[in-house]
Design a protein around this ligand. Sequence first.
Ligand SMILES: Nc1nc2c(ncn2[C@@H]2O[C@H](COP(=O)(O)OP(=O)(O)OP(=O)(O)O)[C@@H](O)[C@H]2O)c(=O)[nH]1
Ligand SMILES: [Mg+2]
Length: 600
Amino acid sequence: MATEPDLHALAERVDALAVERASERIVGDEAARRASRLRDHVAGHVLPRARSLDAPLLVLLIGPTGAGKSSLVNALAGRAVSQSGVLRPTTRELVAVVHPEDRDALLAEGAPLVTLAGDRLRIVSDEGEPRGIALVDAPDVDSIEHANRELTDRLAEAADLGIFVTTATRYADRVPWDVLLRARDRGLPLVVVVNRMPELAADRVAVLDDVDRLLAEFGIDAHGLDPATPEAGALQVLPIPEGAVDDHIDGLTSEAVAPLRARIDALGRDRDARRALAARALAGSLAGLAPLLQRVADDADHEAIEADALRRTAQNAFETELASLRDDLARGTFLRAEALRQWQAFVGADEVTRLFSSGIGKVRGTLSALIRGTPRAPVAEVREDALADIVALARSHAAEAARRTAADWADEPATRDAVTDDPELWGPSRRFDERLTGRLEGWVDSIAMDVQSTGGGKRRLAKGASIGVNAAGIGVMLATFAHTGGVTGAEVGVAAATAFLNQKLLEALFGEAALVEMIEGARSRLAAALAESFEEELGRYRGLVRDGADLRDLAARLRATAGEVAALQPAVPLDARSLAAEAQATPTGAVAGLEPADAR
Ligand SMILES: Nc1nc2c(ncn2[C@@H]2O[C@H](COP(=O)(O)OP(=O)(O)OP(=O)(O)O)[C@@H](O)[C@H]2O)c(=O)[nH]1
Ligand SMILES: [Mg+2]
């Protein structure tokens, strides 16, 4: 059997999990609703009740607009405390009617009403009110005003007893029953008031029979106030006749509400009965908690599957485009003819051709000697053009990956809003060119360094020949794309010719083996630079969906906690009679297993 510190500690852990889940951006309205429901339920009821069974009972009026909730509250209070009216919906704030001595408890830190309603809470205190009970008039449940509806939903998670107020003509409306079903699932004790009952006895019987039928059909037990004696005239449905209004108090007549008044007053006189009701509400809360935790865990798991699939879609798009970019680069056909022609003019010049055809060794000069006798190498021009061409080509592939990702994601609820709201996600990021150009400049510099060390170390070519190093670097850079292998037929044009001459020159300068090594190094560093840019692009999408692993981890923790809550069940007496008996048997009126820590 669980002891109450277990319960309290468990409630705090559930609370932390519920807050964690609800603070996420959740995909799907239903899942989001379940997450806030869980959070509100734990913060509004489970946790406060696990702390104390003596805090004022929250008796919440629930029902459609105009049913007479405020009129009922005024009748119970014996004066106009909450405005009733003909303008719908009338009640927009929360009115809690309490005995002055319960006011502080209602406003205490962590108390449910303050937690859930905040500044929309108005407290009316009155000496005539029963002790330990807060009667809470709330906005309607089918409110056209979203904020009202939301507030009522949240309050329904915090109540200890619900008084469902409806009318003889509206009791079958759908929306209030949705709220009642949730009340049933979360184990909220209920009472039903049917207002504006018809005058004819036969009609009254028909209405009440039909209400009973609906209650039975939905499995709703409305003996919220008299759980111990359902047979002995217990209050399940209280009918109130049409016309039973008292204009002086802006409410129903005291006579009409007398049976309810009597039961609430009796609760006010009997602390043990209040504790028993609070304990029963808590037991109901805990019974409904495990299934809700499971559902929320399921939601998180589904979301994880979807998040993983979305991320995979994006990753595939970028991987595919990156691979096809690499193919294009290897083919070398993307370089503009103008740059190639310039380079061809350089490498094809007589002086240069003579040099490499006779072999560099025979010249016995440094690279500077080589360069001195040759035409000026168009280093800056070719470098700039080639980089611009690579960037343009990469951008077109990144654009295609972005377009495909955005188009796929626009169809998914999890990402629809993000991609429709942000046109930038349909193309490469604004700084794509700038960032890739930076990387490519670093890449070209790295080739020049390679040339310097290879040439300087092996053949001392670089000595005092920085122009030569840069020119040779450009040659190696071009050789990473444009090469003779595999170029045939119609493709043999300026590209192939340039590639051929370039290759010959470089082989003469560095030797074949060293050249192959340099080119391979340059290729792999280029691949890395491009991959980094694509990764950066992909990162923009990754940030928009949650990490599946995180979600699965949360789901697992929710499930484990659901298991703990379910295991606690047998320890919580569900039957109010046994609770009441236990309460009387212990000197403090405590209920075993549910004794609040602060009461000892
Ligand atoms: N004619 C007539 N009017 C009634 C009767 N019972 C209640 N009313 C009126 O119906 C209206 C009910 O209004 P409220 O008590 O404000 O209803 P509510 O449920 O609080 O409505 P919201 O605050 O909008 O959710 C009031 O104007 C009452 O006077 C009745 O038997 N006959
Ligand atoms: Mg009202």
